[in-house]
Every structure is written in C-alpha cells, then in structure tokens.
Design a protein around this ligand. Structure first.
Ligand code: FAD
Length: 391
C-alpha cells in the first residue's frame, strides 16, 4: 500500500492513479534503501554511482514518458512526482535523470524522425545508452538562442561539426551527445545525435564544483566531427525546436527543485526532534518551528504550482512563460527553504552527514541551470508586457 509523505501536506499524491502510486512507492523504497545511504560519499568524491542506472531503468524512471517504452498510461503530474522523489533523496540523481531522460531522450522524441525515435529511445530508456545534451558553450549561456558559435556544415551525405560546449551533464561518460550547432548555410540552430566515439570529439570533466558534485559535467571540443545525415535530428531546424525541448524540461526542473526543498525540510524536521538544547528538542522552540512552517508553506505553494503546470502540459496548453514562471518561482522558494533547513541545524547544517548541507549546495546549480532566474523572468516579463527586454 502507498504511504503518503508527511511533507505532502495537502495530499497532492492522492490525485495519482493506483498504478502511478504503486510505481512511485517502489521508487521511494529503493531510493531510501539503496541510494540515500551511499550518496553522501559519492558527493564528497565527486563520482557518479553508475550502478544505479540499471535499477532506475528497471523501475521505469527512464521509460514512463515515451510512447515507445511506457509500462502503463501515466500523466505529466506523475512524472513530476517521480522527479520530486528523486530530488528528495538527491538532486544529482534527479539531474542525471533530467539529462538522460528529459533532455537527451526528450530531444530525440520531440525533434527526431520516426526511425531515430525507434532506434534510440528504447536504448536510452533501458540505460544501455547514456545520453547528454550539448547546448551551452564557453561564450554562450543565457544567450544561446542567438549566441551559439558551434557550426554545422553539410558536405554531401555528412555534416561536419566544429566548436566547443561547456557544462554538459553526463558528458564524460555519455555514449551519445545531442549537439546544437548553427548551420553555416542558413544560420539556423540544428540538432545532431553525435556518438561520442566519433573522431574529433573530446570531453573533459569540470573539476572543483561545489554543487551537484556527482553529476559529471564536461567541456566538449568538436574538431571536424563528421557524422552521417541520418544522425541529424529531422525536426530540429531552428532554435524554436530546441525551445520545445527546454519548455518540457524546465517544468521538470521546477519539480526537482520542490524535491530538493522537501529533502532538506525532512532532514530539518527529523533533526529538530532529536537535537536537545535548553533541556528540550529544538523543535519545541518557537523560532525553530517558524523555520519549519515557512518551509512547509514554500513547499506546499510550489507543489500546487507545478501540479497545475503538469496538468496544463497534459492538456497541451503549456506555454514557455508557464514553464518559466514555475522554474523561477520554485527554485527561488527552494533556495530559501534549503537555507532555513541548514540554519535550523546549526553547525551540523554544514556537514554532509546530516544531509541539509548537500541540498543547500545543490540548490545553487538548480537555481541557475536550464535558464537562470533572470532569463525566466524576462520570458514571463515579455509575456506580460509584450516587450522583450533581453538585449
Ligand atoms: P551567463 O549567461 O553568463 O549569465 C551570468 C549571469 O548574467 C546570470 O545571472 C544571468 O542571469 C545574467 N544575465 C545574462 N544575460 C542577462 C540579461 N539579458 N539580463 C539580465 N541578466 C542577464 N547546459 C547544457 O547545454 N547542457 C547541460 O547538460 C547543462 N548542465 C548544467 C549543469 C550544471 C551543474 C550547470 C551549472 C549548468 C549546466 N548547463 C548545461 C548550463 C546552464 O544551462 C547555464 O549555466 C545557464 O544557462 C546560464 O548560462 P551561463 O552559466 O553561461 O551564465
């Protein structure tokens, strides 16, 4: 039977179907038993626990979203709760899934041909193939809609790619990386499935991160990388197509940031019952309760927002500005919440053993990736006023 979370204060999970609740319950049990106890060590060593890919695939996490692989009918709301559940235990695990599933498989699902979808989606969903998504560059982050410098040149039946990418998640060990590059002929951004074994492709790990340490982010260089035309994503022919992928994944990041807040909040609640000061558990002091209650308010408001966002997605009504508002709002509330959790633990709030420190550090990357707060604000601002204020 499905045990609802105490942190789901208004009972949103009760809106899921029975098969959805069952799948979520299985995922929760596995994350608690197999991931939670080991993840702090991987975080400290900045290594990804690759052994979790196969069980994640078996639990359906990489399959739920795709017609080609889904084990049962399920909603965007359910898949949002899956993202929340992953992040509630560890935001790096959620980010790995976000890249493998949302960005890499999502790009192929949304922009690929029928043949490309049939070939790659089952392999990505089983974890047999690891994927990455290369949009950001050393000289182009927020302005990637117009600022990409990586080029693609058609030569007969091949495309030749040249340039560099930065921050690309999973890319030190991915088998394929979806690369976004400007076609030198028409100046439009196009997408390519690049096998990482192709000559001229290289990826170097970015060291020294203070956030999402297990996620293997890389700098990529592409030097005369030749790939067959069959690997050009058939329906990725301008940045508008890239944006379709980002619209879906921004919603997912909003859910992940709620999960990150929940993980930190739950650690803080547990600590508040154990830690004794002035002769009683700190949770019986009013000011500590204030931190916990404000956190639960943030979490509950954010769940309500992302829940509605996913309903809009299932109804085909999701707009870029809907996704942008949810991403910027949920990550801002997350950033407050993880800081309150950390604060409520005093010194132990900065030690990995007590979990809040990890969520606190990881929140910073979620806050900035897939569109910073400023960029998402400008997307919503443009929708409200009709005036773009990007440049
Ligand atoms: P910049 O664009 O240089 O921005 C710096 C600051 O200036 C920000 O605060 C920004 O909001 C602000 N700013 C910029 N322009 C304006 C403006 N017009 N008005 C107001 N403020 C502005 N990318 C991928 O392609 N694939 C990945 O897998 C991937 N994974 C990532 C994982 C991590 C851990 C991180 C940190 C990043 C990842 N990224 C990835 C890149 C990420 O999407 C970018 O970091 C993000 O888009 C911001 O770009 P930037 O870092 O270049 O910052």
């Amino acid at each position: 039977s499905f045990e609802p979370l105490a942190s789901d204060f208004y009972g949103f999970e009760s809106l899921l179907t029975e098969p959805e609740q069952e799948a979520l319950g299985k995922l929760r049990a596995w994350l608690e038993s197999d991931v939670k106890p080991i993840i702090g060590g991987y975080w400290e060593r900045a290594e990804f626990p690759r052994q979790i890919v196969a069980p994640l695939a078996e639990l359906g996490v990489l399959s739920f979203a795709w017609d080609e692989t889904k084990p049962f009918e399920n909603s965007s709301v359910f898949r949002g709760f899956v993202a929340l559940e992953l992040a509630r235990v560890d935001a790096s695990v959620a980010t790995f899934v976000g890249v493998q599933n949302g960005l890499a498989t999502g790009a192929i699902s949304i922009c690929g041909s029928q043949a490309q979808r049939e070939e790659w989606i089952p392999k990505l969903a089983s974890g047999e193939v690891i994927g990455a998504f290369g949009l950001t560059e050393p000289l182009s982050g927020s302005d990637s809609a117009q600022g990409l410098r990586t080029t693609a040149k058609r030569e007969g039946d091949e495309w030749v790619l040249n340039g560099s990418k930065r921050w690309i998640g999973n890319a030190t060990w991915s088998d394929i990386t979806v690369i976004w590059a400007k076609d030198v002929e028409d100046g439009q951004v196009k997408g390519f499935i690049v096998p990482t074994s192709t000559p001229g492709y290289s990826a170097t790990k970015i060291e020294g991160k203070i956030s999402l340490r297990p996620v293997q982010n890389a700098d990529i260089t592409l030097t005369d990388v030749r790939i067959p035309h069959a690997l050009k994503l058939e329906h990725a022919n301008s940045f508008k197509d890239t944006a379709k992928v980002l619209k879906a994944t921004r919603g997912e990041v909003a859910w992940e940031s709620v999960g990150t807040a929940v993980g930190a909040y739950e650690a803080a609640v547990a600590y508040s019952k154990e830690r004794i000061q002035f002769g009683k558990p700190i949770g019986s002091h009013q000011l500590v309760q204030d931190l916990l209650v404000k956190s639960l308010g943030n979490i509950t408001a954010s769940i309500a927002m992302v829940h509605r966002l996913s309903v809009l997605q299932d109804e085909g009504k999701l707009t870029d500005e809907h996704a942008a508002l949810a991403k910027l709002y949920a990550t801002t509330r997350m950033r407050e919440t993880v800081a309150w959790a950390r604060e409520s633990m005093g010194g132990n709030g900065i030690v990995l053993d007590y979990d809040a420190a990890r969520f606190f550090a990881d929140a910073e990357a979620l806050y900035s990736y897939e569109g910073t707060r400023e960029m998402n604000t400008l997307i919503v601002g443009r929708a409200i006023t009709g005036k773009g204020a990007f440049v």
